[in-house]
Design a protein around this ligand. Structure first.
Ligand SMILES: [Zn+2]
Length: 289
């Protein structure tokens, strides 16, 4: 599932391509991919300009004209891929690593057309992702966004904030970090990576972490997320950026999906266990209970 670094990579890419573009058409191929479109009506988008792209946790927010915003959650397998009028997708000097050929394909659920000839494809193999058209004023009141914790790369995410969120909590630390109300935007990949860097076993109850461990966890989350954004995210299976290219973090992963390979710190074999219902990668030598 795309996490903060993947959504941020898409946001940056699309901001460069679509800011100032004007909607000329919306084609909804799968109704449930745009579940609330009937209440506002996607024709409201026509002739409206994209004025900016924001992100909150794993949610991409495209601001349209003065009054509307599109909220997009990619969930398990969502992709947002931009095609230029010449059919090309590359640009910006990146080596071409495109994984997508002709669009639309059988996973395409929604297509947005723009008056400059660009097309944005929302592909979603598993159909858990969604796009919602909202009044701009309702975005801040959206219950999902309101409940989210601090953004890990913003100034508000200080050690004390994390300490307060974890205080007295008896749940395993991994479960609490997957909960978007603790810190925004973390998922299975970067929680495993952060806990390994912090040398904390994922089953440790939050209440049992001392001040030093929480300080280390805080700096590890910031470090891992910053690195992953710089490397443009992780592609395990479905994630692609707006050009249809894979992310670069996977080759740098410490433990995630590296079962049986040596720990980068101590050489011990990385093991896969189950925590909070999720496949979890750890070094039992570095991350003692
Ligand atoms: Zn180790």
């Amino acid at each position: 599932m795309p996490e903060l670094p993947e959504v941020e990579t898409i946001r940056r890419g699309l901001a460069g391509e679509l800011t100032g573009s004007i909607f000329s058409g919306v084609e909804i191929i799968n109704e449930s991919s745009m579940p609330e479109s009937s209440s506002l009506g996607t024709e409201l988008l026509l002739d409206q300009e994209i004025v900016g792209l924001r992100r909150r946790g794993k949610v991409l927010i495209i601001d349209v004209g003065k009054n509307y915003s599109l909220l997009i959650h990619l969930k398990m397998t969502g992709q947002l891929i931009l095609e230029r009028p010449d059919g090309g997708r590359e640009g910006g000097g990146h080596p071409t690593k495109a994984m997508v050929s002709a669009l639309p394909d059988k996973s395409t659920r929604v297509v947005f057309d723009f008056s400059d000839g660009k097309r944005l494809f929302f592909n979603d193999q598993r159909k858990f992702g969604w796009i919602k058209l909202k009044d701009r004023g309702e975005v801040e009141q959206d219950s999902l966004l309101m409940r989210m914790g601090e953004e890990p790369l913003e100034a508000g995410f200080i050690e004390e904030v994390l300490r307060k969120k974890l205080r007295g909590r008896k749940a395993p630390i991994k479960a609490l970090l997957l909960d978007q109300t603790t810190v925004a935007g973390l998922g299975n990949i970067y929680v495993d990576e952060s806990l390994h860097l912090a040398k904390i076993h994922p089953e440790t109850k939050a209440i049992d972490l001392n001040d030093e461990q929480i300080a280390k966890l805080h700096s590890s989350i910031v470090n891992i997320i910053r690195t992953a954004v710089r490397l443009e995210g992780t592609t395990l299976r479905n994630y692609l950026n707006h050009r249809g290219e894979k992310g670069g973090y996977f080759e740098h992963a410490r433990v995630f999906d590296r079962t049986g390979l040596p720990c980068p710190e101590c050489g011990e074999e990385i093991e896969k266990i189950r925590v909070a219902g999720r496949g979890t990668h750890i070094c039992v030598n570095c991350q003692r209970k």
